[in-house]
Design a protein around this ligand. Structure first.
Ligand SMILES: [Fe+2]
Ligand SMILES: [Fe+2]
Length: 510
């Protein structure tokens, strides 16, 4: 098959007799679709406003007007309100399904929890998707569709109502090399590339609610196997607002590094050094011994150096860091800022700064505050950081830019998304567009790495905190070669066992 598969992607109709539904715009999109040749249509949820019988009666009437030969229907959180998922199954179709043709495999999933805005796939849906993907993947375009957004989306306000197990879904999609993921929910169009998987979100077609004053939209998508995914975001009359073309060159390409290791970073987090509330002292001692043994050029601490940010905690921590006898940078976590912590931190560390080393810049971004586990970068800091990256890029091409923060931006498998970065969508967009090479974080106690566009994101487990979401505490070793290739390894404490968690080819070879 060489010709592309053509898809119209619509979402979030929010049909009701009340003013939340804009019938005029719905009808305009239907008319526009009549003039767009396409192979099939994907609707990614929120067909109705409130999942009520009368909403479904009207929606089931209106949806017959969509001029597509084939439509795949995905349930949304609004369709699941008021027991609406029963009416969905009775009148629209199954909540989970798959279809296999000669050209495509399409898996449709229910990401909704009845009467809640946030989502959850759950173990059964994840296992279902895994079973189908492993059985039918070969030589077909692999598509997965569900309602909730998978990556944070810029210009949609505070990051919320995503799926709590988004990290597990992301890891599954990457493991099976899914080509395209279709989502809705945020009422704002967006296209991202995670490794070689393209994540496509549609705006709303006919809800009164749009984000950042944007228009109602739909997507026209062309997928050419093993080549690229072309996404056009179009207004309701069909005019193109934005086109994104993302290559799908296929994954699992090994590093063919021409040069040796240029920079070795030991990335640690959650040492929780304290005098009253203490870490596991044995793990702390062994962990730091292992860090020293790996002989890094730089130790990057991604937060929670201390357990409670007390004077005695900092005094002990500073003594321990001195003994490491290595270049060291600290980005604070919420524990470090508790009580009088922020003042003490400023006494011992100059954390609000940019460090230059070996043709590389490290930007320390404080995302933490003492009163909450949640994180935020803030618009002022983000603008300042991005301005600096741009000016450095203009001065000196080829400089390697690393941002260091405590909170993660990309969902992490086997954790729950309960304390994410509030402005994650805007931060992700700014960082990937600015061409930041590496983002290091250390929240939620689990190692994970992936690449979004050209930026590599690495999250770190805790080194010696009593809290870890992994079997053992660990830290990461990040080797950056002279041609920009990056290998991320996790070093387990106390065993010293090393496993490679990510291999990313150099930027110029992607
Ligand atoms: Fe919606
Ligand atoms: Fe929704």
């Amino acid at each position: 098959m060489t010709s592309p598969v053509r898809i119209v992607h619509i979402s979030d109709a929010h049909i009701t007799t009340r003013p939340q539904f804009i019938p005029r715009d719905y009808n305009t999109i239907i008319e526009t679709m009549k003039h767009i040749p396409h192979d099939f249509c994907i609707f990614t949820g929120d067909l109705t406003q409130d999942g009520l019988r009368q909403d479904y009666d009207l929606a089931n009437d209106l949806r017959t007007q969509i001029p597509s030969e084939k439509i795949y229907w995905i349930i949304g959180n609004h369709d699941s309100k008021n027991g609406g998922s029963d009416v969905w199954e009775e009148t629209v179709g199954p909540r989970e399904f798959f279809e296999v043709t000669d050209d495509i495999l399409l898996v449709g999933l229910d990401s909704c929890v009845p009467d809640r805005d946030e989502g959850r796939f759950g173990r059964e849906a994840l296992d279902y998707a895994k079973k189908i993907l492993s059985k039918y993947s070969e030589d077909r375009i692999k598509i997965v569709a569900f309602h909730h957004h998978l990556l944070p989306i810029a210009k949609t306000g505070r990051e919320r109502s995503n799926a709590v197990d988004a990290g597990d879904m992301l890891s599954l999609l990457l493991d099976y090399g899914v080509d395209a993921v279709f989502t809705g929910h945020k009422h704002h169009p967006n296209v991202s590339k995670v490794e070689d998987t393209i994540i496509i979100s549609a705006g709303t077609m006919s809800s009164y609610k749009t984000r950042s004053g944007g228009p109602r939209t739909f997507n026209y998508v062309e997928i050419t196997p093993k080549e690229d995914v072309k996404v056009q975001i179009r207004d309701i009359k069909g005019s193109m607002l934005l086109q994104e073309v993302k290559t799908i060159t296929r994954r699992f390409r090994m590093v063919n590094s021409a040069g040796g290791v240029w920079l070795r970073i030991a990335q640690i987090s959650g040492t929780d050094i304290g005098t009253v509330w203490k870490p596991n002292e044995t793990l702390l001692e062994k962990g730091l011994e292992l860090v020293k043994f790996t002989n890094p050029n730089l130790i990057v601490h991604c937060g929670n150096l201390t357990s409670k940010g007390r004077t005695t905690d900092y005094e002990k921590a500073v003594k321990i860091i001195k003994e490491l006898n290595s270049d060291y940078v600290l980005c604070p976590g919420p524990n470090d800022l508790k009580g009088y912590g922020e003042t003490l931190l400023n006494k011992y560390f100059d954390f609000d700064r940019i460090i230059e080393k070996e043709n590389s810049d490290f930007y320390i971004v404080n995302t933490s505050s003492p009163e909450t586990e949640k994180g935020v970068v803030g618009r002022t800091t983000l603008n300042r950081l991005m301005r600096h990256v741009f000016s450095e890029r203009a001065k000196e091409a080829g400089k390697f830019h690393t941002a260091i923060m405590h909170h993660h931006i990309i969902p992490i498998p086997l954790t729950r998304e309960t304390s994410a970065l509030e402005d994650a969508g805007d931060v992700l967009k700014a960082i990937t567009e600015a061409g930041v090479n590496l983002v290091l974080s250390g929240h939620l106690g689990r190692t994970f790495c992936t690449r979004v566009e050209k930026t590599i994101f690495v999250n770190c487990n805790t080194l010696s905190s009593q809290f870890t979401a992994s079997l053992e505490n660990s830290f990461n070793l990040i080797d950056i070669s002279t041609d920009g290739a990056i290998v991320v390894s996790e070093i387990h404490v106390p065993s010293g066992f090393r496993n490679i968690t990510g291999i990313f080819p150099g930027i110029q070879t992607v």
